[in-house]
Ligand binder design. Sequence first.
Ligand SMILES: [Zn+2]
Length: 145
Amino acid sequence: MMHTTAEQKALHKAVLKTAELRKPRGNHTGRRLRMEGTRMECPHCKATCEIRTSKPVSATMRETIYQCTNVECGHTFVATTEIVRTLSPSATPDPTVNLPLSTHVRRDMMRVVLDNAGEAAHDAQFTPPITGDLFAGDKPTGASS
Ligand SMILES: [Zn+2]
């Protein structure tokens, strides 16, 4: 069945309107942000907040300063982000990082896999070479080599 140009235009308009209605509506009363993944809601006015700066507190915690994008609110606050548990263990674990392992992890099965899996050569591109000392860390200050 062929549509006339007017019918096509009406159909296109209806499709666009339906798509517009399906769009998820957040609590955007402030400016829309490019990095939606890092947003946090203002606890006062519920507008989106923007990260102004952040700094590491430890290997597993970061402190972030947020600013509300609603100019009539302007709330600026500090939040912390903490890594609290491991869902999938690192293949190159840092022994100084101690995080609890999620209860869903099948530890007994992992042991069996680690003990019985064969080896295949791989040239690591993003991992520094292994020193061989599991507990190697930075030398204490003032230590001689
Ligand atoms: Zn606000």
